[in-house]
Design a binder for this molecule. Structure first.
Ligand code: SAM
Length: 395
């Protein structure tokens, strides 16, 4: 069957790599989605394993329609009994972009009514709608006169992994954290540090990856468990086959630190919900006092943005972060995500690459800084300065 995994803008390629590794067939990368072919087993595995997906959808109906009346008529022909039992709560979500409807939520109400009418007509009873945590979730996608109705097999988004009980003010989404680690190309063989780690999302996602433990090992519920065709045995086999113990010795460190003691307590609690043993150490520390482990590696962080956290001090913080990279992070590749383009300049370092990405509604850059041994001037202006100096010397 055709399966569609939704993701964030910018993570489509890494999601398609994850799908390749899972054994998915006919993978097609789209805008915020990756389509592939697979069976029920693949759908269950995708929900359990995918680190960068938001949800896994199974398209069940595709049609074009002329107008609202035609849309309603086509909905009335669908046998919704194939997709849900009367005693399960349901909801409709999705995206509508069509001149045929002035109010984008309206077609979702029409689909909801069609489902209720279907059961009412056959059994004289109506299934209940639960907008917050429905057992069955329909996804309606309309682009002009083309409609796709899908079953959302995940239900609650897949970044709700079940381990993060406490967060700070501006936590990074779990799927986004995993995506950043993949985009950064961390080799999983060298140190990884986040010196402004908040509730620890980046180090925890890195630890799950390096131990080969599925992203959703701690999650208890998916929508597919309430489908009429749920194969409990197949699901349990997949879950039981998944690794759930940490590797004994990594030979390198994964470290998260933050000045805020409360948020570090939360990070330590969060990781307890996962079978990660001592893979990550969390420390209460100002980043200026961090001494990275020897041997080099990668730093990945999302410092305060000055958008969601208090603006006060953000300017100084980026300046100090840049100084910290130059002084202490030699031999490391440092990656910073921020929506604040002015703040990036305060690092006074030249990025060797930039990736545009959306962190929720925030348009962000994810920038890479290679910190070599050498003077600050070289870091600031990179090769240009070296070139200018050499030219001067030649003269
Ligand atoms: C945007 S949040 C990071 C969120 C984190 N990635 C998560 O998923 O929870 C930025 C963090 O930077 C921390 N921070 C601010 N100034 C700091 C400093 N000088 N040293 C260390 N941490 C700092 C804040 O306490 C906050 O937790």
């Amino acid at each position: 069957m055709k399966i569609v995994a939704k993701t964030f803008y910018g993570l489509e390629e890494v999601l398609s790599n994850e799908l390749k590794a899972l054994g998915a067939k006919s993978i097609k990368v789209g805008n915020r989605v990756v389509e592939f072919d697979g069976d029920k087993e693949m759908m269950y595995k995708a929900n359990l394993w995918l680190r960068t997906a938001i949800s896994v959808l199974i398209p069940v109906k595709n049609f074009t329609f002329k107008d609202e009346r035609d849309f309603k008529k086509q909905l009335s022909h669908i046998n919704f009994g194939e997709y849900m039992h009367l005693n399960k709560t349901f909801a409709v979500k999705g995206a509508v972009n069509s001149k045929l409807f002035t109010y984008s939520k309206y077609p979702m109400l029409l689909l909801k009514d069609a489902i209720v009418d279907f059961f009412n007509d056959r059994y004289g009873q109506r299934p209940s709608v639960d907008a917050k945590s429905p057992k069955i979730l329909f996804d309606l996608h309309i682009a002009e006169n083309r409609c796709t109705i899908s079953m959302n097999s995940s239900g609650a988004p897949l970044f709700q992994r079940g381990y993060r009980k406490g967060t700070g003010d501006a936590p990074l989404n779990e799927a986004m954290a995993a995506g950043l680690i993949m985009l950064a190309g961390w080799d999983q063989k060298s140190n990884l540090i986040d010196p402004v780690c908040g509730s620890g999302t980046i180090p925890i996602e890195a630890a799950l990856m390096v131990n080969g433990i599925p992203a959703n090992i701690a999650r208890k519920q998916y929508s597919f468990m309430f489908w009429p065709d749920f194969d409990r045995q197949l699901w349990e086999n997949i879950l039981n086959a998944a690794p759930n113990t940490p590797k004994r010795d990594l030979g390198f460190s994964i470290i998260g630190s933050d000045t805020d003691g409360d948020v570090i307590l939360k990070a330590r609690n969060n990781i307890k919900a996962l079978p990660l043993g001592k893979t990550v150490s969390f420390e209460i520390k100002d980043f200026k006092d961090v001494d990275p482990p020897k041997g080099g590696g990668m730093l990945i962080c999302n410092p305060p943005y000055g958008v969601r956290l208090d603006d006060d001090g953000v300017w100084d913080l980026y300046k100090e972060l840049g100084d910290f990279f130059k002084k202490k992070m030699q031999g490391y590749t440092c990656w910073v995500i921020s929506p604040n383009m002015e703040a990036f300049k305060r690092l006074e370092l030249k990025p060797s690459s930039k990736i545009h990405i959306f962190n929720g509604p925030l348009s962000c850059d994810f920038r890479k800084y290679e910190v070599f041994e050498g003077s600050m001037v070289e870091h600031k202006y990179g090769e240009d300065t070296n070139q200018r100096r050499k030219t001067r010397q030649r003269k």
